[in-house]
Design a protein around this ligand. Structure first.
Ligand code: ADP
Length: 658
């Protein structure tokens, strides 16, 4: 702006309208006669005074004159009118120029025309001055310009626009926040990078569109690629062609939906081989909740997959094996609940897979065996002891067959039971053979008993006949035969007892008698045929007892003959009896070969004999102690043994006295 350009007064211009910058020029050139103000020559003097003051003012000033608020403004005011309102605003009504805010300022102008003034600071007015609505802020004052008569003739507006100041503040604030968010993002990215470069997994980062812009070191090591090759969607080239499209589809879906993503796929290693990976990605959001990044990892799960496959194969193999077995194979969880049962079970029972046998298996057990089976099973489950039971299962034809069920607990490395594995074996045929054998024993022992008894009688007669004879050989032979006959008789009566027990025919014939007297009788008898043994008897208390005398004699004889049989070296035997807590206990103690701990628990079982060389050295059937224990239990007594191998044994029984 030079004086040359703007300083030359217009030919039509009144002298009061000189100067005033660009607006001065425009005002001078304006044909005011077409405006409500008319020719400047006729303007009221107060207006004529105010206009040059306004034009020369460096602050934005504006006058809205008269009832129609005809506008005049200075250079500094011009920017407020933007690119669309100027220069059209000059000489027209404020109500037209500021149509969009007239609701706000119109009433204020009216107030000014009544003599009031307004001052506003940082006042927001939404102006459409550049082709769009914008929030504009102003510090302004409205005051009246008075005419000669003192009445307000127009509104004088002094204004400073503060929009930029506000904007800068907002911009500063938002750019600060932006910077902070960027910093936080950078930091979290940095953390992820540092962490991800030190892990064994493959890791990567994408922008919000899914474009991968970073991979960790492991990725490059594993794939043998560079960032240029695999950035963006370049990762496709290390994926298996059979899977890559599905992977990408899922991946794009994740980006679109913004949900955490997980997938498994094979990835090609630098040597061309493929390994399986489990991939996961999580979104990172900004403060507004928009996703700005995805952090992802790929974990090598080849070994797990292999293991799972092997497990599956071995499980299939196990099932095939178990299903091809003629035995029933089953498994149960730690609570004893059936988890598996093989084909043999269905074949045997005729049940179908749809039958809920996991709940109903108990129904196939013979009603007489059910309670014991459940009780034993529950005990094994809670104690962890092996399950071993003979019971009958109903087969598909409705008949029951004997089964031997055995279950063992399988334990983990810490010794905790994981599962019970079991078999049930059909032992019906064995059982039947057993019964036949029992039957045979019963008949044989009966048939043998009569001739043996008569042989024994004849031997007794011969012995008493030749007791005085000079023929030593004859006497010795007769004594030896007698001894063997006694053994044979005992053996046969044991066998007889056994079959009686089997058939439930062993009946007790109880009477009242003195236990110590019985012991004495038995000991004397034994001594007669075992003259080289010393048998000491110690009675602490005398006690009468109501029991089967013959049977108890049999038990004591069994204890004593065993003590003699299994004590070939130290031939001192002690028999003791005492009363305690209303029970009489009889003990037979030897200094013989003794019994190991494991066998001690089993010698009272039928046919049990201690294994080893003694088995051949000491003849026997392993039934004497079984019968003894049956007799004692039928008297509600207790039987047992204490023994140290090589030192000797102490067999005892105790019975309640009335
Ligand atoms: P048997 O003596 O006829 O074999 P038993 O039932 O009387 O049958 O005994 C069972 C097993 O217990 C014997 O085979 C033997 O191994 C062991 N036994 C019994 N008594 C003794 C003992 N006093 N000393 C050592 N072992 C014994």
């Amino acid at each position: 702006m030079t004086n040359l350009q703007y300083g030359i007064p217009h030919q039509n211009t009144e002298s009061f309208l000189s100067g005033g910058g660009e607006m001065g020029n425009i005002i001078r050139e304006k044909d005011w006669s077409k405006t409500p103000l008319g020719d400047p020559k006729n303007w009221p003097s107060s207006l004529r005074t105010m206009v040059p003051v306004m034009l020369d003012n460096p602050f934005g000033m504006y006058i809205a004159w008269g009832n129609r608020y005809t506008q005049i403004y200075n250079d500094a005011f011009r920017p407020i009118l933007g690119s669309t309102k100027h220069p059209g605003a000059l000489g027209i009504s404020s109500a037209v120029t500021f149509e969009e805010i007239w609701d706000t300022i119109g009433p204020m102008f009216e107030q000014v025309m009544k003599g009031n003034s307004f001052h506003k600071k940082n006042f927001m007015l939404p102006l459409n001055r550049n082709g769009f609505m914008e929030e504009c802020y102003f510090d302004f004052s409205y005051s009246p310009v008075r005419k000669e008569d003192g009445k307000p003739g127009g509104v004088l507006v002094t204004v400073i626009e503060t929009t930029n100041k506000n904007r800068t503040k907002d911009e500063l604030k938002s750019s600060k926040m932006h910077k902070q968010a960027e910093k936080a993002l950078k930091e979290s990215e940095e953390r992820f990078r540092t962490m991800a470069d030190n892990i064994s997994q493959l890791a990567w980062m994408t922008d919000k569109t899914g474009w991968i812009f970073w991979y960790n070191k492991r990725w490059f090591e594993y794939t043998g690629t560079t960032l240029e090759e695999t950035e963006g969607w370049g990762w496709r080239k290390v994926h298996h062609p059979d899977y890559v499209d599905a992977v990408e589809k899922k991946f794009r879906n994740m980006i679109e939906k913004g949900k955490i993503w997980e997938d498994t796929f094979p990835l090609r290693a630098s040597d061309g081989s493929y390994r399986w990976f489990l991939s996961r990605a999580i979104p990172v959001k900004n403060e507004k909740g928009d996703i700005i990044r995805w952090f992802g990892t790929n974990t090598d799960i080849t070994e797990i997959i292999k293991f799972e496959q092997e497990l599956k194969t071995s499980e299939t193999r196990f099932r095939m094996l178990a299903d091809s077995m003629p035995q029933i194979v089953w498994a149960a969880d730690i609570n004893g609940k059936l988890t598996y049962i093989n084909k043999a079970f269905y074949n045997y029972t005729g049940l179908s897979y749809s039958d809920n046998i996991k709940e109903k298996w108990i129904d196939i057990i013979h009603p007489e065996d059910r309670e014991e089976s459940i009780q034993e099973w529950n005990e094994c489950i809670s104690s962890g002891r092996e399950f071993n039971i003979e019971h009958r299962f109903r087969s598909h034809d409705g008949l029951y067959r004997w089964q031997l069920s055995r279950a063992v607990p399988l334990k983990d490395a810490n010794g905790n039971i994981e599962i019970w594995v079991a078999t049930s074996t059909d032992i019906q045929n064995i059982k039947e053979l057993d019964q036949q054998k029992d039957h045979f024993i019963s008949i044989a022992s009966h048939e043998l008993k009569t001739p043996i008894t008569s042989i024994k009688g004849y031997i007794q007669i011969l012995l008493s006949t030749y007791i005085e004879s000079e023929d030593e050989f004859l006497k010795k032979s007769l004594t030896a035969v007698d001894k063997q006959i006694v053994k044979l008789t005992n053996l046969i009566s044991d066998l007889l007892d056994l079959s009686k027990l089997k058939l439930g025919n062993l009946h007790l014939v109880k009477e009242s008698f003195n236990m110590n007297e019985l012991i004495e009788e038995v000991v004397e008898e034994i001594k007669l045929i075992n003259k080289d043994y010393q048998i000491d008897v110690i009675f602490q208390t005398d006690a009468k007892i109501f029991a089967d005398k013959e049977r108890l004699a049999q038990v004591i004889i069994n204890f004593l003959t065993n003590a003699i049989k299994y004590s070939p070296q130290n031939k001192i035997i002690q028999v003791k009896s005492f009363v305690k807590n209303n029970h009489i206990t009889v003990v037979v103690k030897d200094q013989g070969i003794g019994i190991n701990k494991k066998s001690q628990e089993r010698i009272f079982e039928r046919f049990y004999r201690v294994e080893g060389k003694n088995e051949a050295t000491y003849p026997g059937f392993g039934i004497g102690l079984f019968i003894s224990s049956e007799i004692i239990h039928r008297h509600n007594g207790k039987i047992g043994v204490k023994s140290t191998p090589g030192k000797g044994s102490e067999f005892y029984f105790s019975l309640p006295i009335d």
